[in-house]
Write a new protein. Structure first.
Length: 142
């Protein structure tokens, strides 16, 4: 999840809690000054921190760890496909939302492994292969 969205949730939670306290104080009016003082003295920041910590624990337990466990068992080919998909999703999101397009166009995909070294999985050419058959004939000539 976008960290900015996390911050928006925390700010909204804090603002709602402060508004709730104001509503209670308005209901109490001047009837119970001792209780009103206790409500005004509540440490909302510590409550917001507890809320944030609980949210982080929930995200870690229910979303991040299961995803990381699933990703750790993927094959190299599936990891390459996932990486390409994530790049495409980022490109699509930025294009649709009119954000700065820092990702896009055809994507080259390679796998680097200890055993195989650098291997292209998907690579675009800077020219059309069907129009330059002589290049491939010369390149792959033994």
């Amino acid at each position: 999840m976008d960290p900015n969205l996390d911050q928006v949730y925390l700010n909204n939670f804090k603002a709602s809690f402060e508004k709730y306290n104001q509503e209670i104080l308005a209901i109490l009016g001047t009837t119970n000054s001792s209780l009103s003082a206790q409500i005004r003295g509540l440490d909302i920041d510590s409550l917001v921190k507890k809320y944030a910590k609980k949210n982080e624990e929930t995200k870690l337990t229910n979303y991040i760890r299961p995803l990381m466990n699933a990703v750790s068992s993927l094959s190299k080919e599936d990891l390459a496909e996932m990486a390409e998909s994530l790049i495409y999703l980022t490109y699509l999101k930025r294009r649709i939302t009119f954000a700065e397009e820092s990702v896009g166009g055809p994507v080259d995909v390679a796998i680097i492994s200890k055993g195989d070294g650098f291997i292209w999985v998907k690579r675009k050419h800077y020219f059309k292969p069907e129009l330059n058959q002589h290049f491939f004939d010369n390149y792959f000539k033994q």
